[in-house]
Ligand binder design. Structure first.
Ligand SMILES: O=C(O)CCC(=O)C(=O)O
Ligand SMILES: [Fe+2]
Length: 316
């Protein structure tokens, strides 16, 4: 059970109280397993000082050693992904095999991992160049219906209304989209999701570590993602979103196409299709032609996974 001190600090963190982050680090230093897990996340996101991947890994390992179940999984995920440690997928798999005896989710994950085949499809999947300049392309059937279903199942319990963070640390409903969404953080990026993210990188000619955490979106009737641009002009150019990959996870809906009004292109993806488009001009400014929207869904539910891609490592 979580300590009262941890719960109070966590509430303060969630309400945007930044001073709680440093207190969480001290609670972690006293050996509280939940605080160690949380402190790992804070170090990864640079929410208690500078981003420190090595600290994030060490804190996760300490939380796992104290018996924190999610931390045991996450230590393996960090080991596979190379977060704060040398990437070692074989070691990560052995760590998970060790957990599978008592952790049913890990057992399912490992069993499913043997059926992930997008890596083999990266070269053979048919490609449809929707527009060459600006670059908009569909990689058809890159992901199997089962892979798409897996992403939905992992995401389902965490779906909540899309929010943005206000300057005062509070949350607001995102004015651009009224979909539900969730983010697969590195702590939850299991080996199947990692394989999916590697496939996205390989099929888009980018690198795994350049991707932001996978987002999963669900739009019900009348919900939409209003016209927007995925890249911004501020920040160092290599940190801008050079490309976006969208994976269509289902097709039991009407409306909901992805629309590029400036290019005059509308895409209706089939299950497992990946849409990839470039957001920046040659001088790495947002390309004004790349405004796009998820049109309103008129019937059913649309499920989508989004990976926004930089041209340098997203973490660290
Ligand atoms: O729902 C769509 O088709 C568009 C999604 C999108 O633009 C995004 O996730 O950045
Ligand atoms: Fe977008």
């Amino acid at each position: 059970m979580s300590s009262q001190q941890y719960l109070t600090l966590n509430d303060r963190l969630e309400s945007g109280d930044k001073t709680a982050a440093l207190e969480m680090l001290s609670l972690a230093a006293s050996g509280d397993p939940d605080a160690l897990f949380k402190a790992s996340e804070l170090s990864l996101r640079g929410m208690a000082g500078a981003v420190d991947l090595k600290a994030a890994f060490d804190l996760m390992r300490s939380a796992a050693a104290k018996g924190h179940e999610e931390a045991k999984r996450a230590e393996a995920y960090f080991t596979a992904a190379g977060i704060g440690t040398q990437s070692n997928p074989a070691k990560a798999r052995r760590m998970l095999e060790h957990l599978a005896g008592h952790d049913r989710f890990v057992a399912v994950q490992l069993a499913f991992l043997n059926h992930v085949k997008c890596g083999e499809r990266v070269r053979s999947a048919p490609r449809q160049l929707v527009s060459s300049d600006p670059h908009i392309e569909v990689v058809q059937g890159l992901f199997s219906p089962e892979e798409c279903r897996y992403i939905q199942l992992v995401a389902s319990p965490w779906m909540e209304p899309a929010m943005i963070y206000a300057a005062d640390g509070g949350h607001l409903r995102d004015p651009h989209r009224d979909s539900d969404n969730m983010v697969v953080t590195p702590m939850a990026e299991d080996l199947v999701i990692q394989a999916v993210n590697h496939c996205i990188a390989n099929a888009s000619g980018t690198r795994y570590a350049w991707g932001e955490p996978l987002h999963v979106l669900r739009y019900g009737p009348s919900q939409q993602y209003r016209p927007h641009h995925d890249a911004h002009a501020f920040g160092p150019p290599e940190k801008r979103r050079v490309a976006t990959a969208l994976i269509y996870l289902n097709d039991a809906y009407e409306g909901g196409e992805t629309n590029f009004p400036e290019v005059g292109v509308t895409v209706r993806g089939a299950v497992g299709d990946m849409l990839i488009f470039h957001n920046l001009t040659a001088d790495r400014m947002p390309d004004p032609r790349m405004t796009h929207a998820g049109l309103p869904v008129t019937r059913g539910e649309k499920w989508l996974a989004t990976r926004w891609i930089r041209s340098s490592n997203y973490f660290g």
